[in-house]
Write a protein that binds this ligand. Sequence first.
Ligand SMILES: Nc1ncnc2c1ncn2[C@@H]1O[C@H](COP(=O)(O)OP(=O)(O)OP(=O)(O)O)[C@@H](O)[C@H]1O
Ligand SMILES: [Zn+2]
Length: 821
Amino acid sequence: MSGYCDVALPVPLDRVFTYAVNGEAPSAGSRVLVPFRSEKMAGVVTRVYEEAPTFETKPLLALLDREPIISDELMKLAVWIASYYLAPLGEVLRTMLPLMAEVRQRVLYRITEAGRQALYDGAVKGSSRRSRKSPEDQDAEYAILNRLEDGEAATFAALRRSAAATRELLTGMVRKKWLARETEAESRDARRLVRWAVLVPETRLPKLNENQQTILAELAGANGELPVAELKRLELPDSTLGTLVKRELVRIEERAAEFHLTGLGQGGRGKHTLNVAQQAAFDSITSAVVTGEFRPLLLHGVTGSGKTAVYLAAMRHALDWGQSAILLVPEIGLTPAMAAQLHAEFGPEVALLHSALTPEERAEQWHRIRRGEARIVVGTRSAIFAPVTKLGLIVVDEEHDSSYKQEEMPRYHARDVAVMRAKFCAATVVLGSATPSLESWHNSETGKYARIELHQRVNNRPLPEVELVDMRREFQETGQEQLFARALIEQTQQTLDRGEQAIILLNRRGYSFVVLCRACGEKLQCENCAISLTYHKPSISEDDRAHVGQRLECHYCGYKRTVPKICPNCESEHLYYLGAGSQQGEERLQEIFPGARIGRMDRDTVRGRHDMERLLMRLHSGEINLLVGTQMIAKGHDIHGVTLVGVVGADHALGLPDFRAAERVFQLLTQVSGRAGRGNLPGRVLVQTYHQDHYAIQTAAKHDFHAFVAREMKMRRWTHYPPFGSLANVLIQSPHLEEAAGWAAALGKWFAATPLDRIRVLGPAAAPISKIKRIYRFHLILKAEQRQSLSRTLRAALAHAEAIGIPRRNLIVDVDAVSLM
Ligand SMILES: Nc1ncnc2c1ncn2[C@@H]1O[C@H](COP(=O)(O)OP(=O)(O)OP(=O)(O)O)[C@@H](O)[C@H]1O
Ligand SMILES: [Zn+2]
């Protein structure tokens, strides 16, 4: 049959592309292979039709799916995201489909006419003496040309095998135009086979080196077998496993990929019957689900009120009703207990989509969900695109968490996408948190969302008492800057003496987060970013899995350098290390409490998939009785022995140039306080602060969410920030400072000259972080009373930018921006 179709391609262009159908027609929502520029590319068909377009079209190359893999409902969602966030539809669809592992790009080499000529010339005249190549290289080149003479294209691997080709030689030959390089998208099914390493029972162990022993120990500890991919996480050389296989101590088996969960840490603490408040929340949710209509709910439940049990019961109910459910969590790796509870509750019905999955594993899960084998989906933000059918319930846990916002194209917010998806498929969506975002709270005030509250902790446990320690007074009374206040030291000691556990939040990793030269006043900065370098000491902790050596490190781009003895600017020797991070916290605590069993939880100690579980296990068992860490320690953990929480230096974030600064500090204080007193003993919190009178600190200390919100809403209303109106951040970036500044000025001029419909424009100005990874950054902030007019204006601005030659990739439009830095 003939006809035409529109295809969305993953390229940064806000349009679809038309191709001619020359065989079997594809269906909308299925993938096809098409020629694009000089490449072949996989895209998703958005429309199939008869009438010929007025321009010339190229034909489709291949159909990759027999049936649509994007349902109408998900396509509708994709179109909404593309329009709302001003993102190309092809990019949105690529984000939605974790199937790129199935379409692999192959690079092929083919001989050209010039190549043939060279081959014949060489055969006649022998090797050319004028060539700069060695005779060996010339021979290799002829071998390659010879191999390709029949006209078939071959891969690098094939040419290396049969003609000893190297990448260098091939690149040179392409440059001489003897060879043409082609890319080919190769479609295949997601790999269904997983390679497992299996321990061979062996009585006499030969001499082994340390790496080999590590692998054998790891296998022995896992009942003798593990997927090879798991072993890769040990970060040992690949050859180690190879040697073990050669020596017949380990054998490799290919097995069908199946769903497996390894070491999820301890499971839930057994199931509880819901208490009265939980039951009421459950009833509200399930009666929304059974209406079969779109029902958005905000579940505001204080820390430790047992929200998880409500989610699980509601999801079970949806399942029993023949529906499926999606649960979004900020980061599964951080809450292994949650994963264990889910697995205990739903067994093989649950698909876990976490960030440590390989592309193949992700694709495998996607297929399981699509086949209807897993009707409960749990995952981080992109799990909102899971291809479940009969979706009845979506739960967004910790809905205020900023990890739901994707900070790359498409810059969607998974919580808001969750609400739209629920709307498109007439489902119930529950946004849950002890500290709801002001946006969601506002929606519950205006009646857009129904609100459910859990005011009490389970078993009538009290919320912890919070005491503020004024660090200005502490300084006056002790005469010196202290990392830990006297009261915190005293109470930590008492807690440990009573055999209880304490956690201390120090929300920066590393040892010192500023290195300052007292002579010239300069802070040592990253070479690539406008960011102070953080000093990391050689590690003192056995938990520390990061690099052990001392170094200065940029926490934005990962740049590392040795620690200088003198200031790189003025060569003075007066370098001072200021600002304590978690590594320093740990060291100081070790000095103060030599008998304590200290653990540390931050990005340096929690790297691999199992690090968090190990740490939590040691906390649950009491092996660790004093934990220091960054905001990771505030995330949902339920450790019953913790009765004291200390907060150090969390209020400095109040000074950040971001309208959400107060909200973030309030959330962090409330969440970290919420870790205390979750068992039988009541908890206490000590907050060290220099801003004792700030309303975010005051209200957090009183667990008074309503008072905080009332105050913060006033501020937002005055300053026209969300939830009052809509906001977008327009970033202009370039590796050349003048270029970025020039473009920013040009856009600024356009905004100033264009009549805008109730939109306030701030800037252009240098972004608070004016350079990241050698890219200079300027921005404009748009505050609009009406969403539509914001959207219209942004589109017009993009069109103007294109007209004056600002490349699309140098412009970032961040609708509902979460980070303004
Ligand atoms: N009905 C119940 N009776 C007794 N204990 C319960 C009940 N429901 C839940 N729990 C327990 O209460 C504790 C807190 O529950 P959960 O972790 O779900 O709190 P949460 O509301 O998610 O808190 P946070 O917002 O701090 O993460 C857990 O140990 C859980 O096992
Ligand atoms: Zn950097």
